[in-house]
Design a protein. Structure first.
Length: 110
């Protein structure tokens, strides 16, 4: 089953995790055939939010919501079940200083 692991934390704390550590973890998932995709994200000041209401599009600089923790990146993984996804997520380096939200991927039906 496919799961997305959303990595959340404050931008200040995320800067404490070395890119090399995250890259090494990603390579381990690659070697086991469990990483389907994923990327780190640029800081929130680079975000743009788009909304369409009553046919009108509005564009706002910044993320959708003001929160203490920001979405810093994601891993798209393959796991047998939620328990395996939890085991994988617990090893994502930023889990030590932030949080990892695990969500099953929903395949769209035509």
């Amino acid at each position: 089953m496919k799961y997305v692991c959303l990595v959340y934390g404050t931008e200040e704390k995320m800067a404490q995790i070395a890119d090399a550590e995250c890259m090494e973890f990603g390579q381990e998932l690659d070697e086991r055939g469990q990483r389907l995709g994923g990327n780190a994200l640029q800081p929130t000041h680079t975000a743009t939010t788009v909304r369409v209401r009553s046919g009108q599009t509005t564009v706002t600089d910044g993320p959708f919501a003001e929160t203490k923790e920001q979405l810093a990146g994601f891993y798209l993984i393959e796991a047998r079940d939620l328990n395996e996804a939890i085991r994988i997520a617990s090893k994502i380096p930023p889990a030590r200083i932030g949080s990892i939200e695990i969500r099953p991927v929903r395949e769209l039906q035509p």
